[in-house]
Write a protein that binds this ligand. Sequence first.
Ligand code: GLA
Length: 327
Amino acid sequence: MHKLTQSLAAIGLAAVMSQFAMAETLKLGFLVKQPEEPWFQTEWKFADKAGKELNFEVIKIAVPDGEKTLNAIDSLAASGAKGFVICTPDPKLGAAIVAKARSYDLKVIAVDDRFVTAKGKPMDSVPLVMMAATKIGERQGNELYREMQKRGWETKETAVMAITANELDTARRRTGGSLAALRAAGFPEKQIYQVPTKSNDIPGAFDAGNSLLVQHPEVKHWLIVGMNDNTVLGGVRASEGQGFKAADVVGIGINGVDAVSELSKSQATGFYGSLLPSPDVHGYRSIKMLHDWVVNGTEPARFTEVTDVVLITRDNFKTELAKKGLM
Ligand code: GLA
């Protein structure tokens, strides 16, 4: 009898303990549109860091399209997650994402790309963590202009290739800022050429850049503007394809972490450098905000802008990335 009591007590204790364990491991999702970009891998890595420190599990899911996004929300709910951070593959999915999340009582924070309504209006009701797009774009334009002057290029022989992705709010603001800074510095408007990319990757930007280059055989030197590293890399690859040497091309990307292999090449290319914001902060802070919302009921700020940025080139990228714990 004594034995039976003991073992019943043991079973009871085990049940209580497992319930305790279940209650303890909070699960939160982190969904990204392009997991092949080191930018998003870095966000994941730092979301995991927050998870370890604050004792929750991060469920990381790649969501390259709308269908995968909605399925991911179903599976998060099925696994008992309480919310998710997302960089959506399409800002117009915003309303569908919010509706599905609500149906499961999941909390949502957007990172990087802002949700928009079907009419293209920003959905300000969803908390957003985002880079200071206009400011970082302006920095891109100023650095391009500075490098052009340093190389002693004549303005009349130089043109700007701006590869655009205007349907994406953050991209439009970055490129807009960059071109505004170039104009303000005195670069002639009539030598600024814009071309939209069909997809936000190197092949898309390559095609866009190429179509522009063949229309302007008169241009000797190119400054390349784009919303991120891959866009600028596509433009640089197109210039190489058209026979331009590294000395006649200056491309400056944005993201930094996506430029590491390019900047590590033994020979310099037309890709001069990249503006490195803080993917670590985006990943860590967004999911910490979600954690605090779920666990403590702390409403996140509607808008968190991450401003710090540093120009990395072949000369300093290792040191600068190491300073942020990114290399
Ligand atoms: C967008 C871009 C990414 C990255 C993030 C940063 O999502 O597609 O490459 O620049 O913004 O916020």
